[in-house]
Write a protein that binds this ligand. Structure first.
Ligand SMILES: NC(=O)c1ccc[n+]([C@@H]2O[C@H](COP(=O)([O-])OP(=O)(O)OC[C@H]3O[C@@H](n4cnc5c(N)ncnc54)[C@H](OP(=O)(O)O)[C@@H]3O)[C@@H](O)[C@H]2O)c1
Length: 265
């Protein structure tokens, strides 16, 4: 039985001024549990369903709908955006399912291999829909990347240290790999990345750039998962204006829609 609100949300999709309908997957995870109540309270966002292995397979009555079957949920509510914080193998399925239903995936999951990102970019071309796969939604971490871009022009020798809580599955972090890709563009040798996993930590990235008789340290610390919320909300609000595969929150902070990449433009 689909609640009236979910049915209504499906009908108003695409109408100007209406809330952005969102389905959240990985709702039972650490990030999912932080994100769900925030999405539920934003006035311009309508969290129509939450998908988790911890919910029943069939949609249970209630708003938002709770269910473990993503294709079933997408068929019912056709959301504008699907937000996912899970694991790469699952996220790839989420992205394909979202595109198949005309929804734009906004994915925070990290740990994708290069080939998987290419697959996502190809899916964007095929579906004509963007995919936002952004390894760090924190504004501070985005500024860190901007500052590092400037620093590396003058101090090209650098290494990256990333430190996270022990529950993090992937290493190096997606943020560190993205920083290494951005800062190492055009180099033949990769930038060394060091990973630390310790209790008490959330997410920390340090870039050390060495020069003649000096070194520069740029560092960002997430002290709580709240730091990912403003960037995530921005991504949800801008998602449908993007093109192709977008991997950097910075693309959304500049004026105009995110340009994206991997769409051949
Ligand atoms: N982009 C960012 O700013 C940002 C910030 C923080 C974390 N992250 C990334 O977001 C991801 C999730 O982080 P987290 O701390 O929330 O992790 P987590 O607590 O381990 O939660 C991951 C959730 O993914 C789902 N999941 C796990 N294995 C699955 C499988 N085989 N098939 C389907 N679903 C599966 C589960 O959701 P259910 O229990 O609901 O089934 C699980 O609770 C990680 O990759 C992390 O690095 C990104």
């Amino acid at each position: 039985m689909v609640p009236a609100a979910a049915r209504l949300s499906r009908e108003v999709v695409g109408m100007a001024g209406e809330p952005i309908t969102v389905v959240l997957t990985g709702a039972g995870g650490r990030m999912g549990r932080v994100v769900a109540p925030v999405l539920d309270q934003e006035p311009d966002i309508d969290l129509v369903a939450m998908v988790s292995s911890q919910y029943p397979r069939r949609p249970a009555p209630g708003v938002p709908v709770r269910c473990s079957d993503l294709p079933e949920v997408l068929a019912i509510v056709s959301p504008r955006v699907v937000v996912d914080f899970s694991v790469p193998a699952h996220s790839l399925q989420v992205i394909a399912a979202a595109h198949a239903h005309g929804s734009v995936p906004v994915v925070g999951t990290t740990g994708f291999k290069a080939g998987e990102l290419e697959t996502i970019a190809a899916g964007c071309v095929r579906s004509g829909l963007p995919a936002l796969v952004i390894p760090n939604f924190s504004l501070g971490a985005t500024v860190l990347a901007r500052l590092a871009r400037e620093a590396v022009r003058h101090l090209p020798a650098l290494e990256i240290i990333e430190c996270h809580h022990q529950g993090k599955r992937d290493a190096p972090s997606g943020t560190a790999l993205r920083l290494a890709a951005i800062l190492g563009e055009g180099r033949t040798a990769g930038i060394p990345v060091h990973s630390v996993r310790l209790p008490g930590m959330v997410a920390h990235h340090e870039i050390i750039l060495g020069g003649r008789g000096e070194y520069l340290t740029l560092r960002h610390d997430s002290t709580s998962r709240e730091c990912f919320i403003p960037g995530l909300l921005l991504a949800i609000r801008r998602a449908r204006q993007c093109r192709g595969l977008v991997q950097d929150l910075d693309d959304l902070l500049r004026p105009g829609p995110g340009t994206g990449e991997g769409d051949g433009s």
